[in-house]
Design a binder for this molecule. Sequence first.
Ligand SMILES: [Zn+2]
Length: 374
Amino acid sequence: VLPESCPGIKFDERGVCNVCVQFERQWGGFRERANVDARRRELENIFDSVRRKGRRYDCLVPLSGGFDSTYVLYVCKKVYNLKVLAFNFDNGFKSDFAEENLKNAVSSLDVDYKVFRPDWEIAKRLYALFFRKTGEFCTPCNIGIWSSSYITAKQMGIPLIVMGSSGKIESQLPPGCHVYSWSKAYFKEVCTGEMPLRLVRDYLHFPESLLENTARLISRRISVFDKARIIDLPSFVDWNVKSILEELETKMSWQHPQNRHHRIDCILEPVRVFLIQKRMGFSAAETYSTLIRNGQITREEALRRTIDEEREAAQEPPEMKVWMDRLDLSYEDLEGFQKRSQLPFIPFREKMRKTAEKTFRKMLIQNRLRILAK
Ligand SMILES: [Zn+2]
């Protein structure tokens, strides 16, 4: 489903792309599939250990009102009966569906709820700044969710954060194709000369790199920061999109637009998709190829939807005007955005660390193989 024009894509002699090969290696292997019970036990052990701490809250769930996070909240509260704090980062572009789902989830599950609203003037400057420099504007929001969740967990002594995002279900592209950097160094580099760092403190409370810290390299499923453990639920349980949707609709009265349940929490999603389509020449292929890899959809259906949605994504969406107005962007700011990239802002130090971590990961895998062989 991913086009041949996708940067960095390579096909092997069977016609399988390098993204699929990498996915199988990481998530589809025999051990991963055979270990459903072991993973569930691991999850239950984590939940038991936070319960034993007897804090006011067992865990914090970052909640957007979208598909994944609402399901995480449901599982934590309804299935495992944890004392949960639902936590929302208000990015300033929350959709009506999300607003409705948030209210609904919090009241029907009877959990405490906290909203974090970053200073709008600063948020606005960050979105516009990231777009002007790197061609995308989602990073400040993504980083803001992590950072403010960590700050809140620390302030309230919450020992566990349960996320709904995971490499297993998130869109996958070839290495180097889409460079999303989740490091402090990158964030600071983009802000350099534009915004004093003291203004963006709310965005900078996280480990040097979000996705690649050592604890996570070893366990793959758990990371630790500021005495809180962070896990993502999709890595522990089966993530069957159809049955989750059914459960959300029947048990949580979860609302979504017709024909779409993915990324419904932000009104700027059509803008993000439109810009990606313009820049890469494809957009929906990313999501649907991931769903095929996870066994959630047939290739035929994925292809049909990709063609339909990408045709639609080529048209400028009405939300574009809202986005430009609210961020004070002009058509001049858009000119040549396709050529902008995050790459120039990823410092040398970070590139070096990534290489070192790749070697470390290889060593870990080789060690595991050696033990298995014995
Ligand atoms: Zn593939």
